[in-house]
Design a protein around this ligand. Structure first.
Ligand SMILES: C[S@@+](CC[C@H](N)C(=O)[O-])C[C@H]1O[C@@H](n2cnc3c(N)ncnc32)[C@H](O)[C@@H]1O
Length: 218
């Protein structure tokens, strides 16, 4: 069963979406606890279906240097860190210190604290300042900032690296005309246009949950 309304896509038929989640194996104690906390406190998280897709992309690409923009209570960070293995470094970023405090506790209990570097502040500034390039950048900040996320991420991604962005269908609203003051939908629409127009990226928008765009840097 879908345990949280924030896991519903809003454009996939309910029975099909429930089927997709019913197929998934149970998660361990810490990950299940985060899912329950997120559902009860309305913290948006990627959920287990998208988390498994992230895991697959990390594993097939062999990504070890990973930067996450918008990590909240660390749900997606734990999946990234577990997928990348003990030699990896995953940079967690969020503007909310209280969420970072909770995330740190989960990282310790999930056994991945050593491979995660927790940074509190503006994710774009932190990425600009981070030394070197990354194998994979995961973008899940507030949606009006998505065009900026792209501009900041591109120079920080190595060639062949992956830039993955969540919520790119935005409950289907991305496909419809948006009101001038709907800055979140407009941000996503602009982002989707930009990635498909970029000569530096090879994007695919995958309609899983709320839409996930996976781009390879050429
Ligand atoms: C959708 S939640 C992230 C969920 C997380 N990726 C997961 O799936 O577990 C978005 C988070 O991004 C943070 N955020 C939004 N804009 C940000 C920015 N520019 N810099 C840092 N954090 C930001 C918010 O505080 C919020 O916790």
């Amino acid at each position: 069963m879908i345990r949280s309304e924030n896991l519903r896509s809003g454009y996939i038929q309910d029975d099909v979406e429930e089927y997709l989640y019913e197929l998934l194996p149970e998660r361990d104690e810490v990950v299940s606890e985060i899912e329950d906390y997120a559902a009860q406190n309305r913290v948006p998280i990627i959920g287990p279906a998208v988390a498994r897709m992230l895991t697959l992309f990390v594993q097939v690409s062999g990504a070890k240097r990973i930067f996450e923009m918008g990590s909240a209570i660390g749900y997606s960070t734990i999946w990234l860190a577990r997928a990348a293995g003990p030699k990896a470094k995953v940079i967690y970023t969020d503007g909310d210190p209280e969420k970072a405090r909770r995330a740190k506790d989960y990282f310790r209990r999930a056994g991945v604290a050593k491979r995660i570097d927790v940074r509190v502040g503006n994710a774009h500034d932190l990425l600009r300042k981070a030394p070197g390039k990354f194998d994979l950048i995961f973008n899940d900040v507030d949606k009006h900032q998505y065009p900026d996320s792209l501009r900041v991420a591109l120079p920080k991604l190595r060639r062949g690296g992956l830039f993955i962005t969540d919520n790119t269908l935005w409950s289907g609203k991305a496909a419809r005309s948006a009101a001038p003051d709907d800055v979140q939908t407009r941000g996503i629409q602009e982002f989707n246009r930009l990635v498909y127009a970029s000569k530096d990226l090879y994007p695919v928008l995958i309609p899983l949950r709320d839409g996930v765009t996976v781009c390879r840097k050429q």
